[in-house]
Design a protein around this ligand. Structure first.
Ligand code: FAD
Ligand code: NAP
Length: 336
């Protein structure tokens, strides 16, 4: 059923209250096709999963399709290796927990990321040393112009750091309907990143399992990231910048403790949160929004903030970091 002039406050984790011209939920590909056919007004389309990576800065003069296409199935099983398909409207963390309960490894480091399965390839979601591209097999997507469902291989998705072809050349051209992942009953665990090892020790874990790693990640995330149900946010607002070795050396000259991670091509990844913190902006508040006090990469809505206010705050952060370090941060959150 389509609703008209609907508030999107409940459909985005920033909790921004903007009106959408029309909104419908779809539970299957057939419902999706029906919704597209019904869009006789030919409003522009906006596909939403969990709304956890979007900032609304204006009214949404569009037909919003909220994706609820469900279903998880094992397509192939060969020895320890599995090919698992999930409907794009599955809740990402619920899908991860399903794989963890079955002892299937591959995405346990990506526990507790909000949002939907269908958005996981959009920005090649990543955390704690694992990105979706590491386990990605293929996806199905409906081409909006033709209504045809097309399969994309890993290469066709052109994954990069928090990037894919769907954020670039094919932006707004496809609706992802199902995603397939390669999982394993005998995974190689990734525990060398961030605080995972420390947390596993604190938990007293002797034998590593998919479940223990998932639990460690959940505990770390709950201790430092704001829960969108309590405090509106969209996770990291900025990407970690990858800069030339020369610029990294210049920053290290004046700040020898700056976190930096060498990349294969000789560039260096810096921690955007650290840069923002060094500018004195961690915990900074302006009106109804601010920079989170525990994690400077996250901008938060204390209640009643508009998208414009949050966008202006993000510009202040960008300008301040640029002025102090000569590093131009890039927004990770989709701006509407
Ligand atoms: P939405 O916000 O609904 O949509 C995001 C974009 O994708 C929009 O442009 C939308 O139009 C498009 N889109 C959504 N679904 C489809 C589809 N089926 N077909 C085509 N286009 C679609 N991200 C990380 O990478 N790593 C993290 O560790 C992480 N941690 C987070 C922690 C918190 C507390 C929060 C709030 C966010 C975090 N995020 C993280 C960001 C976010 O959760 C992910 O990017 C997530 O994949 C977004 O999913 P979504 O369904 O909410 O997408
Ligand atoms: P953290 O562990 O405090 O580390 C700070 C930054 O340093 C991270 O952003 C991470 O980059 C980088 N880093 C840490 N160890 C690294 C290593 N061994 N090699 C290369 N880079 C390393 O980070 P955090 O803020 O608590 O977040 C933990 C993880 O969750 C990170 O992977 C982060 O990306 C992810 N996360 C993402 C979002 C989002 O919305 N995108 C929100 C919350 C958390 P990377 O970010 O490149 O991994």
């Amino acid at each position: 059923m389509t609703s008209f002039n609907v508030s999107l406050a409940a459909y985005n984790t920033f909790g921004i209250d903007v009106q959408a011209d029309a909104l419908t939920e779809v539970h299957s590909i057939d419902e999706l096709k029906d919704a597209l056919a019904l869009n006789a007004d030919k409003l522009p389309l906006l596909i939403l999963g969990g709304g956890s990576n979007i900032l609304f800065t204006k009214p949404v003069h569009a037909f919003v399709i909220v994706n609820k296409i469900k279903g998880v199935r094992v397509l192939e099983e060969q020895g320890d290796v599995l090919l698992v398909e999930a409907g794009s409207g599955e809740v990402w963390h619920e899908f991860v927990q399903y794989t963890v309960q079955n002892g299937w490894g591959g995405i346990e480091n990506l526990s507790l990321i909000p949002g939907s399965v269908g958005a996981s390839p959009m920005q090649n979601i990543g955390a704690y040393g694992v990105e979706i591209k590491d386990v990605f097999h293929s996806l199905d997507a409906l081409e909006i112009e033709t209504g045809k469902v097309v399969t994309f291989s890993k290469e066709a998705c052109a994954f990069g750091y928090r990037e894919s072809v769907f954020k670039r050349a094919l932006k707004n051209k496809y609706i992802i309907t199902a995603v397939r992942y390669n999982l394993s009953k005998k995974p190689s665990f990734q525990t060398g990143y961030g605080a995972i090892q420390q947390e596993l020790e604190a938990m007293g874990v002797q034998d590593l399992t998919v479940r223990s790693i998932s639990e460690a990640v959940i505990r770390i995330r709950q201790s430092k990231l704001p829960d969108p149900k309590v405090l509106g946010n969209a996770g990291s607002f900025f990407k970690n910048p990858v800069v030339s070795a020369e610029l990294a050396q210049r920053i290290l000259g004046s700040h020898p403790n700056a976190p930096h991670y060498p990349q294969a091509d000789g560039t260096e990844k810096l921690a955007a949160g650290w840069l923002i913190e060094q500018c004195g902006l961690k915990g900074f508040r302006k009106g109804n929004c601010g920079v989170h006090e525990k994690q400077a990469l996250v901008l938060v809505n204390y209640g009643g903030a508009t998208g414009d206010e949050i966008y202006a705050l993000s510009q202040l952060v960008l300008d301040t970091v640029h002025e102090k370090f000569g590093v131009l941060l890039e927004r990770e959150v989709n701006i509407y």
